[in-house]
Design a protein around this ligand. Structure first.
Ligand code: HEM
Length: 461
């Protein structure tokens, strides 16, 4: 990998992956890459064969639909182990053909039309959330929103909340289980060979026999639906997956179960972090909040807005998009391997099997695309009449990733955010208990987990 010498970056990072391992473990890679890009420009080498690129050109080349770039080895440490065997999920499978077939088989469950079927599940969870918030004055917003997103995910995935909101706790340890996996991904993704040696040797594999409690519960629900023991009028993801499995043999019981686990894991912290980040920005920017409240008032929305109403509100859309721009959930570049023949990106040639990718935050702060005020929260930028500028900003937004492996749940997440954020700010005035409090997070796992954010709430009516 001496061939990557031309790519600037810390000397140690080019010599050993322990440099990136250290920063990933400590959750500082995100910050370090930001600093390194402002020092070295669009290309930064942060591992022996890993390069971060913040030129928007990288998006089309690397993540474009027909790109031929496959996920890097860092995804391998996310492959689950069940009954002594490795069971790759949608996210962790390196087999592009299997990935494409699996995605196509369940795509029908994630279309903008299908999403409307899950709206009542989201409504029921927002109702519970509003009820609980009405009884509180000072509380940790990060935890409550996470319990809300996990319960909402339970409802739209298999028709039942996990009960986190009601108990204000991690019922059955589901959140811990999901977080353990994302932590493992973060801690080991820079050293996949060592991870294999430690966790996937024959002895370790034999010990990992039992499926997790969450997988066992999901399997029970799946069996009861297939046996017809459960009510068959469900409008949730599980029902959609079961229907899809009739036409797609590869979506067998294990496939449906894997998709259930992927969606619940993918829906919790991601959505919670984004919602809380947007609410934080609204608290910190009273003029933005006022403008949004005016828009909501004018739209004469009910207490829980219908998605069909909320999706027509341009300022709400801009508020969320801008929140995702400044606080994307990914903590390290979305790594892909360069295919045979190599590739030239941002003026530099990268040989086959170089791991290239972009850390969404470094692209989102690119001043050439988002302007000199790129570090400032300003939803107005998305309302520019300059169509070309808007097109460039849209094309550089990586909040849901891009291309063949972009977020499958983006439509569900968007529907949810466009309902719950207005519902909260129409009903409550929120302020920070400590006016100087920053939005802090653990950036070491696969998804940024927010640390407690204490807010004070007062009912508006
Ligand atoms: C605001 C909320 C969300 C954000 C910011 C988000 C972000 C992302 C990102 C960045 C990825 C790519 C990860 C990678 O390649 O390393 C991803 C993948 C994925 N997301 Fe989301 N996500 C959100 C909500 C959801 C929800 C609600 C669901 C399910 C209902 C979901 C399901 C998935 C799945 C299944 C994948 C894997 C897709 C694949 O590999 O083909 N996400 N998400």
């Amino acid at each position: 990998w001496g061939r990557l010498r031309k790519a600037p970056g810390p000397v140690l990072a080019g010599a050993t992956d322990l440099w990136r391992a250290y920063h990933q473990y400590n959750g500082t890679l995100r910050e370090r890459l930001l600093a390194l890009h402002s020092r070295y420009g669009p290309i930064v080498r942060y591992g022996v064969r890993s390069v971060s690129i913040n030129d928007p050109e990288v998006i089309n080349i690397v993540y474009g639909s027909r790109a031929g770039f496959v996920t890097a080895d860092s995804y391998k440490v996310l492959v689950g182990i069940q009954n002594g065997k490795e069971v790759p999920s949608l996210v962790s499978t390196a087999d592009e053909e299997r990935h494409g077939a699996l995605r196509r088989s369940v795509a029908i469950a994630f279309t903008p039309t299908a999403v409307l079927d899950y709206e009542s599940s989201v409504d029921a969870t927002i109702e519970e959330l509003i009820d609980i918030l009405s009884k509180k004055t000072d509380f940790d917003l990060s935890s409550i929103i996470l319990w809300y997103t996990i319960d909402a995910a339970g409802r739209f995935s298999f028709g039942e909340p996990l009960g986190c909101l009601q108990t204000e706790d991690d019922v059955g340890g589901a959140i811990k289980l999901i977080r353990d996996r994302f932590n493992h991904w973060g801690w080991w993704s820079s050293l996949p060979q060592l991870e294999r040696l430690l966790y996937r040797n024959p002895i370790a594999m034999r010990q990992k026999r039992a499926p997790s409690q969450m997988a066992t519960d999901a399997l029970k629900k799946l069996r009861s639906r297939i046996d017809g023991a459960g009510d068959i009028t469900h409008t949730d993801l599980l029902q959609r997956f079961i229907e899809a499995s009739k036409d797609h043999p590869q979506l067998d019981t294990a496939g449906v179960l894997g998709m259930m686990m992927s969606t619940i894991s993918g829906a919790g912290d991601t959505t919670a972090t984004t919602i809380t980040a947007v609410l934080y920005e609204l608290i910190k920017n009273p003029s933005v909040l006022k403008k949004l409240q005016d828009e909501l008032l004018q739209a004469e929305l009910p207490e829980i807005p219908q998605f069909s109403q909320a999706s027509k509100l341009p300022y709400l859309n801009a508020v969320i998009k801008e929140g995702m721009r400044l606080f994307p959930v990914s903590n390290w570049p979305l790594e892909r391997l360069v295919p045979a023949g190599g590739v030239t990106i941002a003026g530099m040639f990268f040989p086959e099997k170089t791991s290239v990718g972009c850390l969404p935050l470094t692209v989102h702060l690119n001043a050439k695309v988002f302007g000199e005020d790129a570090h400032i929260y300003s939803p107005e930028r998305w309302l520019t009449p300059d169509r070309e500028r808007l097109r460039q900003m849209e094309a550089a937004h990586m909040g849901f990733s891009r291309g063949r492996r972009n977020c499958m749940g983006a439509n569900i997440a968007t529907m949810q955010m466009k309902k719950v954020i207005p519902a909260i700010i129409m009903k409550f005035d929120l302020s920070l208990v400590d006016p100087e409090a920053l939005l802090r997070a653990d950036f070491s796992p696969g998804v940024a987990y927010l640390k407690p954010l204490y807010v004070r709430s007062r009912s508006r009516y």
